[in-house]
Design a protein. Structure first.
Length: 350
């Protein structure tokens, strides 16, 4: 029996996590907490949980957090940047496991976090002891660990799209361009003007122009992990008028010619034992709907022989494989369960 609790329970990612956990075998939700939604019921904050979870949301005082730690085997958190490590420290000192949805523990070098997030990192040793895990990339690192950093949504889609050609050494260094689009849920739940339907519906726009998006160094860190070399990328995100989903179109210079058929076979071979990655030929471009509500990533690799560039389309559900689903996959790893436990379900379609 896995006893789990969630802090930051009002977040979309946590609501999706609780939804996916409804039919998870041999696990029990202990407590939910959120400083902004204290005193409300979890099924009011996340209506999809009505009839499945009936629980009052606790606050995040020291006393309340201690109760959560004592009741749980693992605590999952989606809290504000700069606040994760203090919570993680308490959980670990209590002898329990911790999985973080945020960015505070994603970088091996705390200086990178401080540069991109403009926040002083007060627990630098914790980042070195934490395991950042995209299971398809480095699941072995996470086995038996107590502290897991769950990857970002854009980096997950981008890394999985790039990994086979990076491992084969086919990519010309410093030529990677990632043109990515996310649904509104990727921007979080707190209300802002650009997420109002009157402002965003029937519109499409880029944001964080000029290479300033915080997921840039995370993707570069993953590329270095795969290749052993530091590389720079151009990463440009866009806000797409949809609720869920990320599509990353990845462009990369190639140092060899390859047919679309051979490239498809390369990706098929690389991911043949990965239950959550589906590969499609270039003639069948993937769609975000194919992953809605799931932990799947769908990829269509292609090669433009005229320009000698790979063009890879990679899609995920940003709060599925990009957050909640991957957190469950990582939870399965650290508790030595089959990675597919609680996660094998078809997407919501249409």
């Amino acid at each position: 029996m896995i006893k789990y609790s969630v802090v930051g329970a009002a977040a979309y990612a946590c609501g999706e996590f609780l939804r996916l956990m409804v039919n998870y075998p041999d696990a029990e939700l202990q407590m939910v907490a959120d400083g902004f939604a204290k005193g409300d019921m979890i099924q009011n904050v996340h209506p999809q949980l009505t009839g499945f979870h009936d629980m009052e949301i606790m606050g995040v005082t020291d006393e309340e957090i201690q109760k959560i730690i004592e009741a749980s085997d693992v605590v999952l958190a989606a809290v504000d940047a700069g606040t994760t490590c203090e919570l993680a420290d308490k959980v670990l000192k209590g002898g329990k496991k911790f999985i973080d949805f945020g960015a505070d523990l994603r970088f091996r070098d705390p200086a990178v976090y401080e540069k991109w997030y403009k926040i002083k990192h007060t627990y630098p040793e914790m980042t070195r002891n934490c395991v950042y895990c995209i299971p398809e990339m480095n699941r072995a690192d996470a086995k038996g660990q107590n502290l897991i950093s769950n990857p970002g949504c854009y980096p997950t889609a981008s890394t999985l799209g790039l990994m086979p050609i990076l491992k084969e050494g086919f990519v010309v260094e410093n030529t990677i361009i990632i043109d990515a689009k996310s649904g509104y849920t990727g921007a979080g739940r707190r209300p802002t003007l650009n997420k109002m339907i009157t402002e965003s519906e029937n519109s499409f726009r880029a944001y964080s122009l000029g290479g300033g998006h915080r997921h840039t160094p995370e993707i570069e860190q993953n590329i270095e992990y795969i290749t052993g070399k530091k590389q720079f990328i151009n990463f440009q995100p866009h806000l797409s008028p949809q609720i869920r989903g990320i599509e990353a179109t990845i462009y990369a210079g190639s140092n060899k010619d390859i047919s679309n058929e051979d490239l498809y076979e390369l990706y098929q071979k690389h991911y043949k034992d990965e239950p959550f990655v589906h590969v499609y030929p270039a003639s069948k471009p993937v769609e975000t709907k194919w992953t809605a509500g799931t932990n799947f990533c769908c990829i269509s690799p292609s090669y433009d022989a005229r320009t000698k560039r790979f063009i890879i389309s990679s899609v995920i559900d940003n709060i599925g494989k990009g957050a909640a689903g991957q957190a469950i996959q990582n939870m399965n790893i650290i508790f030595d369960r089959d990675e597919t436990t609680g996660l094998l379900r078809p997407p919501m379609y249409p």
